[in-house]
Ligand binder design. Structure first.
Ligand code: 15L
Length: 268
């Protein structure tokens, strides 16, 4: 059991979903975000840190005494290049560097399906380690995050696992998410596997539940010890109540869905 874990971006959607799910009696979660975090509940073993992932001194301090880092911090949607470069790309470097300096040998990085969003669905199941094909600047930042993770694993012998998360929400929100959904409980199972797999070195795994309509491979995640228990199909009738969408609609032709459409061209 990993005793003390630093979670960056802990006030975000995934961070909030993981806060209770990664809690354990013999574990302390150090929750870090630039945004306000809800106060600790009675008996909750958390430490709250207000800091930016771009602040090296603050991140050095936040990494002191932790056994592992789960890096969820950064913009979770498309943003202008300067913001992506600063917060997502530079921020990931700052976090990895802080972990290295503090002697934290295991880091789990939140990558995204948008690192490979321009792959067409017609190519079949998306395998592990698919060569990058980002759909946005945000997707580029996730490719950079994976590259930085690889560098820190190769150069410093750290264990770094990048999870290409599909769509991690309480429930799937649309037809595409019937394929890309990572249930919060499966998300916690996957993070636990990433924290405890013996000497994984550098890995890239898909973060997805075992959905009936799944687009992504489970092989590499399962090799780390992950076993999904959820399937979005239980939400299918509710989501598709208004009818099934055209499989040729932009939301369904590429892994990244509508992120591949011109509306997401924020080239500034
Ligand atoms: C992501 O990477 C986003 O952070 C999240 O908000 C969702 O849009 C998700 O991908 C997705 O593709 O559904």
């Amino acid at each position: 059991m990993t005793a003390r874990i630093l979670i960056t971006g802990a006030a975000g959607i995934v961070g909030t979903l993981m806060r209770t799910r990664l809690a354990a009696p013999d574990r302390t979660l150090r929750l870090l975000d630039i945004a306000p975090l809800p106060a600790a509940e009675d008996g909750e073993r958390v430490e709250l840190v207000t800091a930016s992932v771009t602040d090296q001194a603050a991140m050095d301090e936040a990494c002191a005494g932790v056994d592992a880092v789960i890096h969820l911090g950064g913009h979770s949607l498309e943003r202008p290049w300067a913001e992506i470069l600063d917060v997502n790309i530079n921020g990931t470097h700052v976090v990895l560097e802080a972990a290295r300096r503090a002697g934290v040998s295991r880091v789990v990085l939140a990558s995204s399906n948008h690192a490979v969003g321009y792959y067409e669905r017609s190519a079949g199941e998306a395998g592990d380690y698919l060569f990058p094909k980002p759909d946005t600047y945000y997707g580029v930042s996730k490719v950079a995050l994976e590259a930085l993770g690889s560098l820190y694993a190769s150069r410093y012998g750290m264990d770094v696992i990048a999870i290409r998360i599909g769509s991690c929400f309480e429930k799937p929100r649309d037809a595409r998410m019937l394929s890309t959904w990572l249930s919060p409980d499966d998300g916690a199972r996957l993070f636990e596997a990433c924290l405890s797999a013996p000497s994984p070195g550098f890995r890239v795994v898909w973060g997805v539940s075992d959905n009936t309509r799944r687009w992504f491979s489970l092989a590499e995640a399962e090799a780390l010890g992950y076993k999904s228990s959820d399937d979005s199909e239980v939400f299918a009738s509710e989501i598709l109540a208004g009818g099934s969408p055209d499989p040729d609609s932009p939301a369904l032709t590429h892994l990244g869905g509508v992120w591949c459409t011109p509306e997401f061209d924020t080239a500034v």
